[in-house]
Ligand binder design. Sequence first.
Ligand code: NAD
Length: 416
Amino acid sequence: MSGNPFETSLKTLHEAAAIGQINAEVVRLLEQPKRQFEFTIPVRMDDGHLEIFQAFRVHYCDALGQVKNGVRVVPDMDMDTAKALGFWMTIKHAVGGIPAGGGKGGIKADPSKLSRREYEALIRGFIRYLPMKGTWVDVPGADIGTHGQTQSWMLDELEAIQGFHSPAAINDKPIEANGTELSREATGTGAFFVTREVTRDLGIPDAASFAVQGYGNVGRVAAELLCQRGHKLVAVSDIFGGIENQDGIDVNALGAYVDEYKTVKGFPGCRDITPSELLEVPCDILLPAAVQSVIHEGNAGKIQAKLIMECANGPTTPEAEKILESRGVIIVPDVLVNCGSAIVCSFERTQGLTDSYWDRETVRSRLEERIVKAYQQTAAVAKELGVSYRDAAWVNALRKIEKAMLVRGWAWDQPK
Ligand code: NAD
């Protein structure tokens, strides 16, 4: 997200609300977070001095259920970022048919400069001083700077405060701390299911070629599943560089290479390319799965793919989207393509609440069912209103939130 991320989110809200003729009171309620907290976490550092860290948590909207989602630990964390991301999670949960509201937060800190003891104290402090928390209020998950270990500390701290177990109160936990199967692969697997559905609807053949920018958790899982379906991987990049082979890249051999060398760069039998050249290689489907704003005004005219599946958050700038749309390139938006982890996090919560833990195949098939339905709803709205998948996904989400706010009496129905 460029500029002020929260203002960018509000702009998207107003555009989608106008297209979907969303109730004006609902829009006003969505223009600001329901609750926001700014608090401090004192930590006694290893050298004996007291450091005081700034922390943020936004409960953006809980019309669909208790808020959930990530805690980000980065040096430039601020309230506007928490508000923007909390709002995005509100939309993503609604798109994915998840009975949860959107939350986000974080700590202004650089984890790489903290010892393990200092980091544990900081994360436990986040839970200790978070003003409203627990299973039915706010379920923190992982984000940049947080992971299975931090989530286990959060769970342990919360349970120590409460005096009883609460596995449904924290997300993204390891299996050993009442986590869920498929947690790591959820987003790439969900992106694969959505790609499969879109290509079927658009008549793109199973053997169509694709390129992936970013070969981490999301990009690699999606690429491996697409190859299993018969698609041809022709180019891959990561932060260190990229590779291209129009005859096809062996995804299993590439996986073994990446496990050993921690990069795709130098994989034998391919032409070296840069991460930005990857976006312009000849291919049918492009999966940006690295960072935001990589498809911009400067390269949108050179992209050869017919279909862009936004695996990363915000990879396409609004200016680039206009250029691509005028060229007939179809973009499937991040809030739909990458909502697989949000769906599996909601399964993690369900499993914790019911004290019954599902096997991998059960989680996978329930993810498939939920994300395919989310895609079908979005496609139906796109057809009904004659709009892009992005506008349709947002309108679909806003309609669900609107219904919940109206029945709860938060907003009154009125002539639109
Ligand atoms: P990751 O850290 O596992 O992998 C990121 C990959 O992108 C790595 O291969 C890295 O080398 C590469 N990369 C980084 N900067 C790059 C650049 N400038 N050019 C080319 N490649 C670059 O991250 P991930 O979990 O796979 O997430 C990828 C994207 O998906 C991120 O935008 C993330 O916000 C988004 N996302 C992830 C999840 C999830 O569950 N992991 C959920 C929703 C959205």
